[in-house]
Write a protein that binds this ligand. Structure first.
Ligand code: ADP
Length: 729
């Protein structure tokens, strides 16, 4: 991303003077190399890099500055060429050189419509077709005309020589400059030690081969001798490991070394006429360059496709883990799981300086958030009021990005102010939609400017949002379900209280009668003997206080049981809970003439849960048992409530009665909602008991008692169990 921006702006960002000096110096150096590679008396060089250099410079400079590039090359051209040729020839040749660069760069720009790169087969084909072949071909007609008319050389000889040398130069120089630009953009900083070592060995191999070919041409026996093939492995290596830019640089080095040797009468071409030998060498290099660069572009494209595929697979893996993590996750653990997965997503995309927040439908307070920077923890975005435009737009657009520095669309002024107020440079809004309904939003905020908030990233975010949206929808549905279950559970408690009303009256009667008779006695004492008054009154008042406390406790326990509210989890001592239930049903057992026995193990560990709900379960089992025992003729009528801890069940409670027992085969059925055998029964008590026990991670079952009656068993997980974090999967 960075690199592409830099390449596109290379000639746009630098100061005009710097650009001019750079072009002039590079043109001069390239022309010196070109002039050195000539066979006098021929005017045309065997390798002429300046035109290709101009092409490259134009490709990396915006068109509005092209005039500057061409003008900057002129002084270098004049200084070098005026020494050898007349002004007319020099001016004419400069014009044809410029025309080649203009046709090459203009053609490539026109056809590829994107910053110049050689990464894909299409871009490579455009470069080879337009810049490397077509431009040298057409610009050589006027060039050859000038040279042949002023120097008397044969037109087609000049044309041939110029086409070949310029094709080779374009092929070798333009990708080399592209490589240099990418180096300037920092691509080398990604190279590690091994890569540097490999590049050095490659270069050393190239120089050694060039020396071997030029100094020991006869080392290759047979006829025809073709020692150039020894370059092939090295060029192939460059192509596969260093891309088209690597091929071009190696070719440039090969061309300069071998052509330099050939023009100075050294090398394998001494057997043929020098002219013919050089042409053979040029053609060899051109053919090799075109084949290897195309192969390298193809390889690049394949690698990129592979990388994209592997990235996609990795993303899909994250997605599938994420969706698996939410399956069956209790809804009160979801907010933590959301925060965990927001962090995983940020890690997957490699984001720094971001804050991710997941809002539910209310869009007021984030349900979960995660941040890499120190955001003010008190900063809360109220989406609906602060980002009204974005919240509305996101419903129809899928995902949108807002940048504080860009022109905001009309209507988004408030959103922009909010961004600035929170010190944010940009924010991305992704809707959490499930079943066509927007149930929430993910907001990604960053205080630093980001350019990559675009497709395909937004697309990926949308997919991730779908998974989170489903989890959010399930969480909401479960919360609603829990609410209605709580409601129902409250109702059954109220109905149980109806049943207990008689026992309540009975239980309150005692302390109230005590209070009354004590108060009457006090009045008598006050009327009678002065001396006894003080001592007796103290006793009476103490009794009144005790009775009043008992009455208050009775009322308190009933109120506790009737309390309506959200589930609260806290450590619960089951023995204590059974004792409270026993107190509540004391009068009931007296009225029904059933004795209630408790057998509480001192080793039973505590459970984590909602005290009132668990109390409701035990109360329900005990009331059912008392009722069953009371209608049986069997004597003695007893109900036993026992707690114990054993290896199999860390916490085990059971209620056994001496009643008629369950109807045969109804052990499962009794837990079904609305199953009842009683005239005025609701059939909801055991159904609710089961759902409460299961929500606590325990289980409940019914059995027929050992000799008679029914048994209800209940196990719960102990509090000190190892807690796992299922959402991390
Ligand atoms: P309800 O008490 O309103 O009928 P429950 O869900 O508490 O609702 O009980 C469902 C049914 O299970 C009862 O109607 C009864 O048939 C059976 N049952 C529950 N407890 C006992 C018990 N201790 N002995 C025999 N049957 C029982």
């Amino acid at each position: 991303m960075e690199r592409r921006d830099f390449s596109a702006q290379f000639g746009a960002r630098s100061h005009p003077l710097v650009l001019a000096v750079l072009v002039c110096a590079a043109y001069y150096a390239a022309a010196v190399v070109g002039l050195a590679l000539r066979f006098p008396p021929a005017t045309t060089s065997v390798l002429w890099p300046p035109n290709a250099l101009l092409t490259a410079m134009l490709l990396f400079t915006p068109t509005r500055r092209w005039w500057l590039v061409l003008l900057a090359a002129l002084p270098a051209h004049l200084v070098l060429e005026l020494r050898n040729w007349s002004t007319v020839v020099v001016a004419g040749l400069f014009a044809t050189n410029c025309s080649e660069a203009l046709v090459a760069a203009g053609g490539v720009r026109l056809l590829s419509r994107e910053p110049f790169r050689l990464g894909t087969v299409r871009q490579m084909a455009i470069f080879i077709g337009v810049a490397a072949l077509f431009a040298p071909l057409v610009s050589s007609f006027p060039d050859a005309a000038i040279v042949s008319s002023f120097h008397g050389e044969r037109y087609w000889d000049v044309w041939n020589r110029r086409v070949v040398s310029n094709v080779l130069s374009e092929l070798a120089v333009v990708p080399t400059v592209a490589g240099a630009v990418s180096v300037a953009a920092g691509s080398l900083s990604r190279w590690r030690g091994r890569r540097w070592m490999e590049a050095s060995v490659l270069f050393a191999g190239l120089v050694a081969t060039a020396l071997l070919v030029s100094r020991q041409p006869a080392f290759m026996p047979g006829n025809p001798r073709w020692p150039l093939v020894v370059f092939l492995p090295i060029l192939l290596w460059a192509a596969l490991r260093f891309g088209p830019e690597g091929v071009a640089l190696s070719l440039l080095a090969t061309a300069v070394l071998t052509l330099g040797a050939a023009t100075h009468g050294v090398g394998p071409f001494t057997e043929q006429s020098a002219d013919e030998g050089v042409l053979a060498l040029q053609i060899f290099l051109i053919v090799v360059a075109i084949s290897l660069m195309s192969a390298s572009a193809l390889d690049n494209e394949r690698r990129r496709a592979e990388r994209a595929l592997s990235e996609r697979l990795q993303f899909e893996e994250v997605l599938s883990r994420m969706s698996a993590a939410f399956v069956g996750l209790p809804c009160d653990e979801m907010p933590r799981a959301f925060a965990f997965w927001l962090e995983r997503l940020a890690g997957f995309f490699g984001w720094r300086d971001v804050r991710l927040a997941l809002y539910d439908e209310s869009q007021q307070v984030a349900l979960a958030h995660w941040s890499t920077f120190h955001a003010d923890p008190h900063t809360r975005l109220s989406l609906r009021t602060e980002f009204p435009w974005a919240v509305e737009r996101v419903k129809t657009e899928g995902a949108i990005a807002l940048h504080v520095s860009e022109d905001m669309p009309a209507g988004a002024e408030q959103d922009r102010e909010a961004l600035a107020r929170h010190g944010l440079a940009s924010a991305v809004f992704v809707p959490l939609k499930s079943g066509g309904h927007m149930g929430g939003l993910i907001v990604i905020m960053t205080p630093t400017r980001r350019t990559e908030w675009a497709e395909p990233l937004l697309g990926k975010l949308r997919i991730a949002a779908d998974v989170l949206a489903n989890a959010l929808a399930r969480m909401r549905a479960e919360a609603a379900l829990r609410e209605s279950r709580d409601e129902l559970s409250h109702l059954t408690r109220v109905s149980a209280m109806g049943e207990l009303a008689a026992s309540l009256a009975h239980e309150l009667n005692q302390p109230l009668t005590g209070i009354l008779s004590n108060a009457q006695a006090a009045r008598h004492i006050l009327d009678a003997n002065e001396r006894r008054r003080r001592v007796d009154l103290q006793e009476i008042v103490r009794d009144i206080v005790e009775d009043a406390k008992r009455a208050r406790d009775v009322v308190g326990r009933m109120r506790d049981l009737l309390r309506k509210g959200a589930t609260e989890r806290a450590p619960v001592d089951l023995n204590e809970l059974v004792t409270v239930v026993a107190k509540i049903v004391t009068s009931d057992s007296l009225i029904r003439q059933v004795s209630l026995e408790l057998d509480l193990s001192p080793h039973a560990p505590r459970v984590e849960g909602d005290r009132v709900q668990l109390q409701q379960v035990v109360l329900n089992l005990t009331l059912n048992a008392l009722e069953a025992a009371s209608i049986s003729d069997h004597h003695p009528r007893t109900v036993l409530v026992k707690t114990e801890a054993n290896d199999r069940y860390p916490i085990h409670l059971f209620v056994r009665d001496t009643g008629p027992g369950l109807i045969a085969g109804s052990e499962q059925q009794v837990f079904e909602p609305f199953y009842t055998t009683k005239k005025s029964g609701m059939g909801m008590g055991l159904a609710i008991a089961r759902s409460i026990v299961e929500a606590h991670g325990g289980s409940i079952w019914a059995a027929t008692g050992r000799d008679r009656g029914a048994e209800f068993h209940l196990t719960l997980p102990a509090i000190d169990r190892t807690v796992t974090q299922p959402w991390t999967s």
